[in-house]
Design a protein around this ligand. Structure first.
Ligand code: 5GP
Length: 113
């Protein structure tokens, strides 16, 4: 069964697009936790970071470079931002399709909750 993100990639359900290229899509989170909250999602299905393989190295590198490019595009370069990958139950993962959260637009507390 397709995940919600696969359905967004396949244009079966709508999302507010922040960026797209051959390898990934970036969408604004439906339940934003900061003024900027974007999800950068590889088009290739990887369930979660713990299940990524050596062959996924290029995809993973592209994902992080894309997150940084989207941060710049959305004006976060000077103020700063955070990238987060939730993995598994304790990590807070709710959608089993790898994605990077890009958060910014306000000071973010550390440690996270
Ligand atoms: P996770 O908890 O797996 O790290 O992150 C999943 C994220 O996807 C959550 O922040 C949640 O708000 C977001 N999300 C879930 N369903 C949708 C949707 O249909 N559209 C968008 N844009 N975001 C979604």
């Amino acid at each position: 069964m397709k995940t919600i993100f696969q359905k967004i990639i396949d244009r079966e359900i709508p999302a507010k697009l922040a960026y797209e290229d051959e390898h990934c899509i970036a969408i604004h989170d439906i339940n934003p936790q900061a003024p900027v909250h974007v999800l950068v999602i590889p088009k290739q299905h990887i369930t979660r970071i713990a299940e990524a393989k050596a062959d996924d190295q290029n995809t993973l590198g592209h994902l992080l470079l894309s997150a940084a490019a989207v941060a710049k595009k959305l004006g976060l370069e000077q103020s700063g931002f955070r990238v987060v990958i939730n993995n598994g139950r304790d990590g807070g993962e709710t959608v089993p399709h790898l994605h990077v959260h890009l958060l910014g637009g306000r000071p973010l507390a550390w440690p996270p909750g």
